[in-house]
Write a protein that binds this ligand. Structure first.
Ligand code: HEM
Ligand SMILES: *[C@@H]1O[C@H](CO)[C@@H](O)[C@H](O)[C@H]1NC(C)=O
Ligand SMILES: *[C@@H]1O[C@H](CO)[C@@H](O)[C@H](O)[C@H]1NC(C)=O
Ligand SMILES: *[C@@H]1O[C@H](CO)[C@@H](O)[C@H](O)[C@H]1NC(C)=O
Length: 321
């Protein structure tokens, strides 16, 4: 090696050390490029077959990521099962009888463990599966930042208090998002995830029977499958987006402009307040919504990750190693 090429080698090494040192606590789309080169196609094929089997599953996976990230960061805590000495987040109020897709997450994790055992966290599996779901249902694509590690603990209390209920007014929605570093605009943009998926009667009963900022024929239709009496038909489902609940589009915002938001919290985004203009913009521009949704998903995925030597790479997403 001549002196100029050894100089180059030293400079390159020094640069690498500085770069790696400064980025160790950050997430990166290339985190598994060397350690698990087949990660993305491996995850996507399982997500694809789960969605082919049931289109709603894309929505369920996306929601799991939201409910993971809002509770002490995106750390896979929502995936932990209860044990005799430990109560996890699955039975917390916002999750119980409602979140789903854990078996699909298990299938993705098994497929990933087959190609690169002990390398990829469950928290990152959720992040990739969410992106894949959005893409498969016709939404925008993006590079998912990776390198999160899995929590060794979970918190039912934090899940109860950090995930906003559908009865929230705009002020409450904004403060729960602010609490995790997200903005008022992020509330509107990320609620656009309700362009896909379903809600249970119990989540929207009070709105369709008692609220006035609702299109009356829409309310009438929804009452048809959601009895007014609490306890009857509680788990009957209705689509969050009236027309296209398995397509990731901007119809959710068109619904809001027409007072056809299904949840009280949905219609809060277009109810004469400061966020009306954002809803209006998204209702008339799919591309603006797509662009902002990608940025907001990356921001949500950055909430308090465990990195470096914190946490662990769980072998089975349901339990700590
Ligand atoms: C702004 C505050 C939010 C509230 C109050 C809220 C509330 C809800 C509720 C009550 C349901 C129906 C649950 C049920 O009845 O079982 C639901 C479903 C859903 N939520 Fe949200 N949500 C919010 C934000 C978000 C965000 C930020 C995302 C993702 C980025 C998201 C994704 C979903 C999806 C995809 C579904 C359908 C799930 C399925 O069909 O399995 N939500 N949400
Ligand atoms: C969380 O909410 C559930 C359901 O309402 C309740 O049973 C549980 O006691 C709450 N847990 C904590 C720790 O607050
Ligand atoms: C919004 O909800 C919070 C919490 O339930 C309540 O304290 C507050 O008065 C409500 N604000 C408005 C403007 O209705
Ligand atoms: C509607 O409001 C009335 C009066 O507050 C209440 O008694 C009733 O239970 C509410 N109905 C539903 C379905 O929430």
């Amino acid at each position: 090696m001549d002196s100029s090429s050894s100089f180059k080698a030293i400079v390159t090494l020094a640069f690498l050390f500085v770069f790696m040192g400064s980025s160790s606590a950050q997430l990166s789309p290339t985190f598994y490029s060397y350690s698990c080169p087949d990660l993305f196609p491996t995850v996507k094929s399982v997500v694809q077959s789960a969605i082919s089997n049931e289109a709603r599953m894309g929505a369920s996976l996306l929601r799991l990521f939201f409910h993971d990230c809002f509770v002490n960061g995106c750390d896979g805590s929502i995936l932990l099962d209860d044990t005799s000495t430990f109560i996890g987040e699955k039975r917390a109020a916002p999750n119980f009888n409602s979140v789903r897709g854990f078996d699909v997450v298990d299938n993705i994790k098994s497929a990933v463990e087959n190609v690169c055992p002990g390398v990829v966290s469950c928290a990152d599996v959720l992040a990739i599966a969410s992106r894949d779901s959005v893409v498969i249902l016709g939404g925008p694509d993006w590079n998912v930042k990776l390198g999160r590690r899995d929590a060794r603990t979970a918190s039912q209390g934090a899940a109860n208090s950090s995930i906003p209920p559908p009865t929230s007014n705009l002020t409450a929605l904004v403060s729960s998002f602010n609490a995790v570093g997200l903005s008022t605009k992020d509330v509107v943009t990320l609620s656009g995830a309700h362009t896909i998926g379903q809600a249970r009667c119990t989540s929207f009963r009070a709105r369709i029977y008692n609220e006035t900022n609702i299109d009356s024929s829409f309310a009438q239709t929804r009452r048809g499958n959601c009895p007014s009496t609490s306890g009857s038909g509680d788990n009957n489902l209705a689509p969050l987006d009236l027309q296209t609940p398995t397509a990731f589009d901007n119809n959710y915002y068109r619904d809001l402009v027409n007072q056809r938001g299904l949840l009280h919290s949905d219609q809060q985004l277009f109810n004469g307040g400061s966020t009306d203009s954002i809803v209006q913009t998204y209702s008339s521009s799919q591309s603006t919504f797509n662009f902002d949704f990608v940025a907001a998903m990356i921001k949500m995925g950055d909430i308090s990750p465990l990195t470096g030597s914190n946490g662990e790479i769980r072998k089975n997403c349901r339990k700590i190693n």
